[in-house]
Design a protein around this ligand. Structure first.
Ligand code: AHR
Length: 320
């Protein structure tokens, strides 16, 4: 047997063992929401890295926070005949038609980090955290920390109509249910951005006796918390002490704030949603293995006791 024929047989054998569709053969469309937060930036970076590592041709579309742009991007991916579509859906409703079009074109769709209200027949899997649980963990931390003392809470919600805004609110409220000492006195969207988080917190502070009537802030993401921390400082109060701060994501900046004593707790959301998504896709393309409808990522609580300065150092180069 010549070297050439030996290599050819090895290739055939490998194809029999591992199937013929390799990740490297795949073209995947990714409709990203935009760049509203540090967490979102990290998810974009990691998705691109994960695709490159696997030799996947990733077609990236930034929707600039608009669902209509996401729907257009999905239609364009379908027209191009991509092998799969990843989408981080900005809001939960309004996806049925375009997901049906993808299904009719036999293009598997994987949801990243947010869920939709559509039937789960319309997508292959969703890689997300348990968003209700995240809110619950934040709420339980607050319940335990105030230990029965009266506490007025203000809430900065994420983007209206998005699954994390809906579910993180629900989970937090569940944790506070029946705790008469804790009361959510104000709740408004800050759209997951630092700028809006600051703006809305300023209005909360003004409305609540310069902040004297506020005991804690719950923000649906760290970016809004970081903006709010600035507003609290400008109002002459000490964030983390005068007003407790608990939020979600675990981005490097919140660890800096925690190390400075200006934030108290955060619930981690991994930005690597694409790794599990590409693994599921590779298995499906190899031999038709279908993933579970929900690939759940972990949610870990960090507090000031977790050496935030060290965590900041570990996280700061990771694409946030
Ligand atoms: O869907 C995940 C959320 O979206 C993140 O918690 C937030 O930072 C982002 O904007």
């Amino acid at each position: 047997m010549t070297l050439k024929t030996a290599l050819a047989s090895a290739t055939v054998l490998a194809a029999c063992m591992f199937g013929s569709a390799h990740a490297a053969d795949l073209t995947v469309g990714f409709s990203q929401i935009g760049s509203e937060s540090g967490w979102r930036a990290a998810e974009t970076t990691l998705t691109k890295q994960q695709a490159e590592r696997r030799g996947i041709d990733l077609k990236f579309a930034d929707a600039q926070q608009k669902q209509e742009n996401q729907i257009k991007a999905l239609r364009s991916f379908i027209a191009q005949g991509v092998d799969a579509i990843l989408v981080a859906p900005v809001v939960a409703t309004g996806w049925d038609d375009v997901l049906t079009e993808a299904k009719d074109a036999e293009i598997p769709v994987i949801l990243l980090d947010r869920t939709v209200d559509s039937s789960d027949d319309l997508y292959m899997t969703a890689v997300t955290s348990d968003l209700v649980h995240e809110g619950n963990v934040a709420g339980k931390w607050l319940v335990d920390t105030v230990a029965g003392k009266p506490c007025n809470v203000v809430e900065l919600q994420g983007t209206t109509g998005s699954s994390p805004a809906i579910d993180r609110k629900k989970g937090f409220e569940e944790a506070l249910a029946g705790k008469d000492n804790l009361k959510i006195i104000r709740s408004q969207t800050g759209d997951f951005t630092r700028t809006k988080g600051k703006e809305v917190m300023e209005s909360f502070l003004k409305a609540e006796d310069g902040g004297k009537n506020i005991c804690a802030l719950y923000a649906h993401n760290d970016d809004m918390a970081v903006g709010a921390i600035q507003a609290i400082k400008e109002a002459g109060l000490k964030p983390g002490t005068d007003i407790l701060v608990v939020s979600i994501d675990a981005v490097p900046d919140i660890f800096q704030a925690m190390a400075a004593g200006e934030a108290n707790a955060t619930v981690e959301l991994t930005p690597n949603m694409a790794g599990p998504a590409f693994d599921a896709l590779a298995a499906f393309k190899k031999d038709g293995t279908l993933p579970p409808k929900w690939i759940q990522t972990e949610s870990k609580l960090y507090t000031q006791a977790d050496d935030p300065a060290k965590v900041y150092e570990e996280k700061k180069g990771l694409g946030y």
